[in-house]
Design a protein around this ligand. Sequence first.
Ligand code: BGC
Length: 812
Amino acid sequence: MAKEYGHYDDAAREYVITDPCTPWPWINYLGTEDFFGLISNTAGGYSFCKDAKFRRITRYRYNGVPMDAGGRYFYIKDGDTVWNPGWKPCKTPLDFYECRHGMNYTSIEGRKDGVTAKVLFFVPLMTWAEVQKLTLTNTTDKVKKLKLFSFQEWCLWNASTDMENFQRNFSTGEVEIEGSVIYHKTEYKERRNHYAYYSVNATVQGFDSDRESFLGLYNGFDAPQAVLEGKPRNSVAHGWSPIASHYLEIELKPGESRDLVFVLGYVENAQDDKWESKGVINKRMARETLSRLDTAAKVDAEFKRLCQYWDNLLQIFSVKSADERLDRTVNIWNQYQCMITFCFSRSASFFESGIGRGMGFRDSNQDLIGFVHQIPERARERIIDIASTQFADGGCYHQYQPLTKRGNDGIGGGFNDDPMWLIFGVCGYLRETGDFSILDEPVPFDNVPGSEKSLFEHLTISFDHVINNLGPHGLPLIGRADWNDCMNLNCFSNDPDESFQTTENKTEGSKAESLMIAGLFVFSGRDYVELCRHLGRNAEADRAQKYIDEMVVSVEKYGWDGEWFLRAYDYFGRKVGSKENEEGQIFIESNGWCTMAGIGLKEGLCDKALDSVKEHLDSEHGIVLNNPAFTRYYIEYGEISSYPAGYKENAGIFCHNNPWVIIGETVRGNGKAAMEYWRKICPAYIKDQTLHKVEPYVYSQMVAGKDAFRPGEGKNSWLTGTAAWNWYTITQFILGIKPTYNGLEIDPCISPDMKEYKVTRKFRGATYEIEIKNPNGATHGIKSISVNGKEITGNLIPLFEEDSFVKITAIL
Ligand code: BGC
């Protein structure tokens, strides 16, 4: 059996890491609203409030040596031995180590020479602070005298300039120290109205706030001079690199335990309320937060609230089947990952620096379908934010910055799939909530006041953006790129200093068209038509349907390559993703979307396309993006051909778009194939954790494909549309519980060996307990269905009143 570094504890909803030397830092996320933290299994990581770039609280070094240096460290000096509960940074061998990553909390426990140190990290609900509750226990029969040092390093707020502008930074750092609280107030005296603080609920015997004094200039985090000598320097930082370290002398009798509460917090003051007196920051709000968290009992109560919050979120959808891996994916980790992706989009992970990317337009719309059932109000707000960055012609800013909610000029627009994702996201929201009032909300263009049109009109112009931008084959022009950011058909770059995604060296007369957008247009265009009909806007529905029918004809006529759907036409109007091509003959995106949309289903095109996917793209670890992989740079394709074969968009297994094929398989009723594909990429089924490398409890964006040097190696874990797409796929298309405007549709498509399962689903205020029985080993097609004991015709469970309990039995 392959080596395992940990295991699931489903009852506690935790992943338990038992070996600190994981093949890559295995991280978790703290915080649900504004204050966030990333924490690795050895307590590495960083914190920020609201915006990972502009309001970075603690410093982090990316891609450092050794990996994952810097974080929330506690140093325990017991005689001559110095150790950390999370093993790092000292790496003193521990007698016991365990890290439990749970729902927005992490607890790390280390034991050494009869002392147990357990730290619980979490961000209490509605609080701008991270709590670190440290419990020290003496398990020996002798008195233990310990020296404890805490440690955090402040980031000078802007995570980007913090790493580059040293001629300024090394002179700006400022702190204030009052009792057991170290305040970080760099730049507060000028334009900032925020500061951070780090406290402990006990009297300290010393402190440090200057990094060099604490560490010694030539030492690393693994050997701070102050700790090694057991003597704090009581340093006050002036410029250079401010830190926060408390020093406590702790005596523990045999068997005694002591709790200490450390709080890392953030405050914003009103402009006219910034100061207590000249040069002294106004600490009122920090004190208020600290008074809410100054005892272990108060902290425990907050922790309970957080756990209850998660109980409630996870009650909305749960499944019980014979397969515990399926259950834990659906009931715990997939939903959790969707929520994290909602909070962070693609900004801050161990693969995203938090300074590079804002929120993606298409990304955020796709993420919506993963969390709308849990936090519909926030989904509503997100939709309005996203739609407000749309341009009047229906095009969209590709990204926006969460702090300002404005589109990012650096990237701009021109990604021609973006508009359709708004329809996709909004319809997902409406089906879940039935909140049609959102369609009347006035929403501006490019955030310009006075330009508002209703959200419904935004959907119309989104739809029209596609039909106003058709190419010579009647297929959608691709613009800078479609879903595949790296398929840059108008880029033509020979200059390594140009960005593939923002450069368009040839656009004039471009014939570059996308079959992926065509499939998306048919699929989500039908959503638009259905919505119009539901609203009684029949003329608009008819108008839209006509364009969809025309698109289907164009795809069948110009988008079919004989055995599969083409991927695109390039700038010159030549086929991409055709057997005529030298490399990149078949792609996942167009075959996924066109089969999802059922284009040519009756004529057998979907069957052929899916069989071709199986033959050419399937592999042991999942479906690769294209085949054969590109082995040289194609200037007419751009970034996709820049990657080595088997990585990222060049024939990597993009876990994000595997679900498109899986849904395609459900369209043709092949539940066996659908579930086989789903299991291949689902983390709960990973066989070799060392090979997979990244966290085994969440999806990663990419797993190296069959042409790669190390097929099966995962990268870019956590922040990926993969979470939402797999959630959508497993719950709606495989388990088959689909929210619709008029009720819940029951339409499973499963493996024939799945004999029964039960889903509990809260929907529009009522609770539905749905039992699916499959006595004859079918894959799809409900034979009979009863609602509260009464047979119904069809498979739509109508809406029930709030608080009703509805029992459904469906037989396949
Ligand atoms: C981006 C997506 C994009 C995908 C494929 C991801 O990194 O966030 O917007 O669709 O890559 O290129």
